[in-house]
Design a binder for this molecule. Structure first.
Ligand SMILES: NC(=O)c1ccc[n+]([C@@H]2O[C@H](COP(=O)([O-])OP(=O)(O)OC[C@H]3O[C@@H](n4cnc5c(N)ncnc54)[C@H](O)[C@@H]3O)[C@@H](O)[C@H]2O)c1
Ligand SMILES: [Zn+2]
Length: 415
């Protein structure tokens, strides 16, 4: 992937040159292998289901300025906890949601080998990402005997990951956290990178910290219980990562797309892996969002405004990003940066994910008014993340309002 910051001199970045992690070796508690992409091809009996399954785990390494940790992706990923030094911790807590834990808790405990955990349950959904909930979870940790050597495992989607990460970063000035993401959004995006946050009033992620996890475990099997809409919502973020990554991943996604829609873990695995690599690569080079990490905001400028304009009720996050990707493709085209063919390819892939909630009733003036409120705006200036090609991104600080309005109108017309 190339990144170009415009107009103050070009900063070009090519992913293929990155030292990162994806297929390099490291020797730590997880691995004896020289390969970071650990292929565990051995056949293992699934005792509970009486069937045989092929385990395929891939280990990526985030090596950033202030942290280094593994991201294990693939069927059987939870088993990687067996090699994690759990005995070093005084107690292990799992932050999760009741229905999710009822469905997957036993399997998680069996595979991870954890003997005693203390569960802290919170209600599902964005409404749990509040300071009030932080207080409640911290109180439950205290009552459960958590001291500074306690470990918190965030077992859930992006909400649990953000909340759990925030609690872990502040409880007794910081305890260790493991992320066990259970949605597509969380696996390819939120669980990696160490950004934690809760919302304040209507302002999303207003209060937050950087608190990198000790380990991330992304098993696609858990995605089989996701509802169709939540699953598809995560695929928009996968499309975003493919646009950032380059033609090879984008082409692969186009070719495999129909099989992905089934949420079959085996078909999903290579795509998830590639999508996670994109995040790992970016975070490895810009953990604190000083520059490059902003590319992850692709599609999010329009997306956040759409979420806010509809009080977070109409769109799942990924759906708003889906519209946002359509919007920046048109914006890139109108700015003369992105060719028509590539713009249409991006739009076609977004459309293949499925139907999006409508935006036709939203006044462009309202959306434009909300754009500078995006937290990624600096001094009221919006830094647009615009594709110039698939795999080549440009940050454009000032786009005339008329062009933004026209791009938004374009996508409103694309029913
Ligand atoms: N920290 C970051 O870098 C970052 C990045 C992207 C998004 N986020 C945050 O992530 C959140 C969105 O994450 P999300 O889309 O995962 O939402 P979510 O955590 O609310 O999960 C979506 C829904 O799926 C349910 N669910 C979760 N796992 C399931 C499973 N395996 N089976 C069945 N149901 C399951 C949840 O109960 C919830 O109702 C937002 O708050 C967003 O701000 C953070
Ligand atoms: Zn997102």
């Amino acid at each position: 992937m190339f990144l170009m910051i415009h107009p103050a001199g070009a900063i070009r970045v090519r992913f293929s040159q990155v030292r990162v992690s994806a297929v390099r070796s490291c020797s730590n508690w997880l691995g004896r292998s020289k390969l970071l992409a650990t292929r565990k091809g051995q056949r293992r009996r699934k005792k509970d289901e009486g069937q045989t399954t092929n385990l395929l785990m891939h280990r990526l390494r985030v090596t950033a300025d202030k942290s280094a940790y593994d991201v294990v992706v693939g069927r059987g990923a939870w088993r990687a906890l067996r090699r994690f030094p759990v005995a070093r911790y005084s107690r292990v807590f799992v932050l999760t949601e009741r229905a999710l834990w009822n469905r997957w808790g036993k399997q998680f405990l069996r595979e991870s080998g954890l003997k005693r955990v203390h569960c802290v349950l919170v209600p599902p959904g964005e409404t749990s990402k509040t300071l009030k909930m932080v207080e409640r979870v911290a109180s439950e940790l205290l009552e459960g005997g958590a001291d500074r050597r306690a470990l918190l495992i965030a077992f859930g989607g992006g909400v649990i990951g953000d909340l759990g990460g925030f609690v872990a970063s502040t409880y007794m000035r910081g305890i260790d956290c493991v992320q066990a993401p259970t949605t597509v959004v969380a696996q390819v995006d939120s669980a990696v990178g160490g950004k934690t946050a809760v919302n304040v009033g209507a302002m999303k992620n207003l209060v937050g910290t950087f608190h990198p996890p000790r380990l991330v475990l992304a098993d696609p099997v858990v995605l089989t219980s996701l509802g169709d809409r939540a699953f598809r919502s995560g695929l928009y973020e996968v499309v975003k990562h493919a646009i950032l990554d380059g033609p090879a991943f984008f082409l692969e996604l186009e070719a495999r797309f129909d099989s992905l829609r089934s949420s079959d873990p085996e078909s999903l695995e290579p795509v998830l892996l590639q999508a996670v690599k994109v995040k790992v690569d970016v975070v490895g080079r810009d953990e604190r969002e000083a520059g490059l990490r902003r590319v992850l905001n692709l599609g999010h400028t329009f997306g956040h405004a759409l979420e806010e304009a509809t009080a977070y009720r109409r769109f799942l996050h990924g759906e708003a990003v889906g519209w946002g990707l359509l919007g920046v493709a048109r914006l890139g085209q109108r700015l003369g940066l992105l060719g028509r063919d590539e713009s249409e390819r991006v739009a076609a892939l977004v459309r293949r994910v499925g139907p999006l909630p409508p935006i036709q009733d939203l006044a462009p003036a309202k959306i434009l008014e909300l754009l500078p409120r995006d937290k990624k705006a600096i001094g009221g200036r919006i830094h647009w993340v615009v594709p110039e090609r698939i795999g080549k991104i440009r940050i454009v600080p000032d786009v005339p309002a008329a062009v933004v309005r026209a791009a938004f109108r374009d996508i409103q017309g694309q029913v």
